[in-house]
Design a protein around this ligand. Sequence first.
Ligand code: GLU
Length: 318
Amino acid sequence: MSTRKPHSAPTAPAVTGYGRFAPSPSGDLHLGNLRTALLAWLFARSTGRGFLMRIEDLDRVKAGAAERQLADLAAIGLDWEPEVVQQSERLALYDAAIGRLTSAGRTYECFCTRREIQQAVTAPHGPMGAYPGTCRELTEGEKAQRRDAGRPAALRLRADITGFEITDELHGRYRGAVDDLVLRRGDGTPAYNLAVVVDDAAQGIDQVVRGDDLLPSTPRQAYLATLLEVPVPQYAHVPLVLNTAGQRLAKRDGAVTLRDRLALGETPEYVLELLADSLGYPGATSTTGLLTQFRPENLPREPWTLDPDGLRQPSTCP
Ligand code: GLU
């Protein structure tokens, strides 16, 4: 019996996994965010992967920001698979993962305030700044006392290591600190490090391309993935965009969002050309054109320093 589906496209290459961009909807994306999104798209599409968009709205949400971010990403020529997920609608998934870790004896309640953690000395054998484990061995009586005092408890991972190594496409082998990281905050919100691991696994994402400011968090996430028995994705942490003072680009640096640039009379194609130029591909005015040229191994390893007032004239300008 033939099983051929009438609408299948036998010549289309099979999608082998997914890349993604996962913005926090706290405001408009700036050129640094757009450049990272473009790179995530290029890495995914150039390796035959699908591309997913995930709105990380567990905190820092500004009304309407997610829609504006998606519109800007589409305007510069990115596309993604239809369903855009929002973390705020996936709380049951995070709860289930926390439940699995708790059943395995891998979590504990932490009643420390932020101030107490800052004041506490680092654990004797732990990395600098690591949570010192103050609440790790509280007795039931001690916990009850703290609860009665009205202290909201966060839930922490009971880590059994202090460091974990990952491999990054751009940074090579990278070892970073792992401590008893927060899985659920005192206000009940799942922590970013947990949500990102759960989502990447649940969405079939096997390639994570993002700014290299997140590289230090990655060993924690990879370790968490191993505890949750889900695959550790391939990582590529890409250089950030800096302002002329050498700091991470921010909105206060001037006309740095797509809308700011359009208001100056530029087009989305021009903005894409600027981004492509910064990646070593001058003259590319479409993402599809850029895709045919893209070679991850040729990517600049240094940050792109941007002076929004001094951007060059594009080749597409008259
Ligand atoms: N939502 C994070 C951000 O906008 C990105 C997290 C990630 O890519 O893993 O900075």
